[in-house]
Design a protein. Structure first.
Length: 132
């Protein structure tokens, strides 16, 4: 049997599985299934999951709502990784259970930084001059 995977179909599969993992994690965290005081007191948003090409590793980007106690939330997630991996494996049907790696999502901070730069009077003046 010939392998008919193209880079496009592989990337679609990675995105689809990543979304399934994201939804499974969000559901577990939302229900409060993890018995951890930090996670119980801080709502967490799973913003993105990036799967490795072999689907064995998942990089999970998270952001605590209101951005408070991010380090404590990441530590709590890492402490409970084994439980979360088992729950994801139970809910997402793949050949291998993905190993989860939790990282803080910096995209919101980066977006705010870019927005503040664009609002700087000097930058706004330069941008206004180029429109002429």
């Amino acid at each position: 049997m010939r392998n008919t995977d193209t880079p496009e179909t592989r990337s679609v599969r990675l995105l689809r599985v990543g979304e399934q993992v994201r939804h499974a994690l969000s559901e577990v965290l939302m229900r409060g299934d993890v018995h951890d005081d930090v996670l119980a007191s801080h709502p967490v948003s799973v913003t993105e999951v990036r799967m490795s090409p072999d689907l064995r590793h998942a990089t999970v980007f998270v952001k605590p709502l209101l951005g408070t106690n991010e380090a404590a939330v990441i530590k709590a997630l890492r402490t409970n990784t084994a439980y979360l991996q088992s729950e994801v494996a139970r809910r997402v049907n793949t050949k291998y259970a993905a190993r989860l790696k939790f990282l803080p999502d910096e995209s919101f901070d980066e977006g705010s930084r870019v927005d503040s730069l664009l609002r700087d009077p000097k930058v706004a003046r330069d941008l206004g001059a180029s429109d002429d």
